[in-house]
Design a protein around this ligand. Structure first.
Ligand code: NAD
Length: 500
C-alpha cells in the first residue's frame, strides 16, 4: 500500500495500524474502541475523578509538575515518536514539547488561585449576606484531538482539565494514536493509583461514542466540519462542548513595518510544520507602498526552502488527503490567473509539498477562503492598512492573526476579527500560558489556556451565606409592609435620576 493512499490500515475493524507518513513503516497497532469500551473508560474515570479531587490543589500540583518532569526527562523518546508518527522535523516537535510543558506547569501552579473561593461584590438589598464565588471541577472531561500538534494541542485541554481537578478520557487522532498512548503511559508514572488520564483509540465513531458516554464536557480540537458533528452529537445528551476549530489566519504588513522581519515571519508562519498549523499564516495583505519590497524579501527568503531531505525543516504532509486539498487550491488559483512566484503545481510531490507563494489571487478563490493546511502563501496588494483589515476580516473563520506595523500595529490588532493577534511576530500568543487561546465564527468557541481556559473545565459555584439575621426580611412572607416602600425609595435615590 502506498503511503499517500492511506496512512491507516484497518484489520477486521478491531485494530488499526498507524503508519509513518515519511516511510510507511508501522508505528503501532491500536484497538478501535467501541461504544461499550468507551463507556467503561468514562465510568472508571468517574471514580478516578473523585480520588483526584480528594488530592486537593496541592496534591495535584505536585503530581502534574512531576508529570512535566517525566515529559522533560523522556523528551528525546517523545520527540522521536512525534517525528515518526506525524512526520514533522525534530525541531518542530521540540517547539511543541517546550510549549506543552510551559502550559502544563502554569495550569498546575495557577489552578488554586483561579478556582479558590472568594468574596465578591455585595448587594444593598442583602447587606447581611456574604456572596462567595468558587470554581469547582466538572468531573470527567472528554478530549478529542487532531494530528497536527499531537502533543501541544490536546495538552491545552488535558493539562488544564487535570489541573482543574477533572479526570480525562482522551481520544487522539487516528493519525497519531501512538503519541496519545505514550502520554497516558507516562502519566501513570506519576499517578499510578487511579486511571485519572486514560486514552481510547479509534476513528470518528469512537469519538462520537465519547460524546455520548456521559462526560461532563467535551473539548474538541479539529476541523470545523467535524466540530459541527461533535456539537450535534453532544446535543443529544446536553453535554457542553468547547470547540477549537480551523482557521484562515491573515498577516497584515503596513508601510512602516520591518519588511525583512515581516517576510521571514510570514514564511515561517506559513510553512513551518508543513503549513499544517491551525494558526498558520494562510494569507498576507501588504500595503502598496512596500508590496514590491515585501515580495522581493519573501522570494529571497523562500528560494532555497524545500521539504524533505537530510536535516529537513519541512517534513511530509501527515494526512494523504490533505495533499489533494492543497493541490486543488493551488490549481484553481493558477487556473484563474494567479501567479506562483515560488514553486507551483510541481511543488506538490507526495508525501512532500515544497513552499508555494502565490500573487494576484482572486479574492473568491478557495485558497483565499478555505483552510489550505499546507505550505502555501497567497500575497495580496492593498491600498492601506484599513483596507488590509477589512479584507482580512472577510472570512468565516477567526482564529489568529498577525500585524507587522510600527505606528498602528496595536490598533490594527484590536480591529482584527480573531481570537488572538500577534504584533510584529507570528504565533506568539500561543507561547503564553496566561493568554487564552481560541477563535470566533467557524474557528469555534470557548477558550483553552490561561485563566479562561482553566475555567472552561470548571463550573462556577455561587454561595450566598447569611452572616446575621435582620428583623425585617424582604425575602420572606413576614416582611413588614413598610419595607418594600423603603426599598423602593432607596432604589429611586440610587438609580432614579440617571439618564435624565
Ligand atoms: P478532524 O476534524 O478530521 O478530526 C479531529 C478528531 O475528531 C479526530 O480525533 C477524529 O477521529 C475525530 N472525529 C472525526 N469525526 C468525528 C465524529 N463524527 N465524532 C467525534 N469525533 C470525530 O481534524 P484533523 O484533520 O485531525 O485536524 C486538523 C484540523 O484541526 C484543522 O482544521 C486545524 O485547523 C484544526 N486545529 C485547530 C486547532 C485549534 O486550536 N483551534 C489546533 C490544531 C488543529
Amino acid at each position: 500500500m502506498s503511503v499517500t493512499e492511506d496512512r491507516i490500515r484497518t484489520s477486521g475493524g478491531q485494530t488499526f495500524d498507524s503508519l509513518s507518513p515519511a516511510t510507511g513503516e508501522v508505528v503501532g497497532t491500536f484497538p478501535v474502541h467501541d461504544e461499550a469500551e468507551v463507556r467503561r473508560a468514562v465510568q472508571h474515570a468517574r471514580k478516578a475523578a473523585q480520588w483526584w479531587g480528594e488530592l486537593g490543589f496541592d496534591g495535584r500540583k505536585v503530581r502534574l509538575r512531576a508529570f512535566a518532569g517525566v515529559l522533560t526527562r523522556r523528551r528525546e523518546e517523545l520527540l522521536a515518536l512525534i517525528s515518526l508518527e506525524n512526520g514533522k522535523p525534530r525541531v518542530d516537535a521540540f517547539i511543541e514539547h517546550l510549549l506543552a510543558i510551559e502550559h502544563l506547569d502554569w495550569a498546575a501552579r495557577n489552578a488554586h488561585r483561579i478556582m479558590k473561593p472568594r468574596k465578591v461584590g455585595g448587594s444593598m438589598l442583602l447587606a447581611n449576606v456574604k456572596p462567595i464565588l468558587e470554581y469547582q471541577s466538572l468531573g470527567v472531561v472528554g478530549v478529542i484531538g487532531p494530528w497536527n500538534y499531537p502533543l501541544f494541542t490536546p495538552m491545552g485541554s488535558i493539562g488544564y482539565a487535570l489541573a482543574a481537578g477533572n479526570a480525562v478520557v482522551f481520544k487522539p487522532s487516528e493519525f497519531t494514536p501512538a503519541v496519545g498512548v505514550w502520554l497516558a503511559e507516562a502519566f501513570k508514572e506519576v499517578v499510578p493509583e487511579q486511571p485519572v488520564f486514560q486514552v481510547i483509540t479509534g476513528f470518528g465513531d469512537t469519538g462520537a461514542a465519547l460524546c455520548r458516554a456521559g462526560v461532563d464536557k467535551l473539548a474538541f480540537t479539529g476541523s470545523a466540519p467535524t466540530g459541527r458533528k461533535i456539537m450535534a452529537t453532544c446535543a443529544e445528551t446536553l453535554t457542553p462542548v468547547l470547540l477549537e476549530l480551523g482557521g484562515k489566519d491573515a498577516m497584515l504588513v503596513d508601510s512602516d513595518a520591518d519588511i525583512k522581519a515581516a517576510a521571514g515571519a510570514a514564511l515561517w508562519g506559513a510553512c513551518s510544520n508543513a503549513g499544517q498549523t491551525c494558526i498558520g499564516i494562510e494569507r498576507v495583505y501588504v500595503v502598496d507602498a512596500v508590496y514590491d519590497r515585501f515580495v522581493a524579501e519573501l522570494t529571497e527568503a523562500a528560494k532555497d526552502l524545500k521539504a524533505g531531505g537530510d536535516d529537513a525543516v519541512i517534513g511530509p504532509m501527515t494526512m494523504p488527503k490533505q495533499l489533494d486539498i492543497v493541490r486543488e487550491h493551488v490549481d484553481e488559483a493558477l487556473d484563474r490567473g494567479a501567479r506562483a512566484i515560488i514553486g507551483g503545481r510541481e511543488s506538490v510531490r507526495a508525501p512532500y509539498i515544497d513552499p508555494i507563494i502565490l500573487v494576484d489571487v482572486p479574492d473568491d478563490a478557495r485558497v483565499m477562503r478555505e483552510e489550505t493546511f499546507g505550505p502555501v502563501l497567497p500575497v495580496t496588494r492593498v491600498r492601506d492598512l484599513d483596507e488590509a483589515i477589512e479584507r482580512a476580516n472577510r472570512t468565516s473563520y477567526g482564529l489568529g492573526a498577525a500585524v507587522f506595523a510600527k505606528k498602528r500595529g496595536y490598533e490594527a490588532a484590536r480591529k482584527m476579527r480573531s481570537g488572538m493577534t500577534s504584533v510584529n511576530a507570528v504565533l506568539a500568543f500561543a507561547g503564553f500560558p496566561s493568554l487564552p487561546f481560541g477563535g470566533v465564527g467557524e474557528s469555534g468557541f470557548g477558550r483553552i489556556h490561561g485563566a479562561d481556559g482553566l475555567k472552561e473545565f470548571t463550573r462556577a459555584k455561587s454561595i450566598a451565606r447569611q452572616r446575621f439575621a435582620t428583623p425585617a426580611e424582604m425575602m420572606s412572607f413576614d416582611r413588614p409592609a413598610w419595607l418594600p416602600k423603603v426599598a423602593a425609595k432607596l432604589g429611586e435615590l440610587r438609580y432614579g435620576r440617571r439618564g435624565r
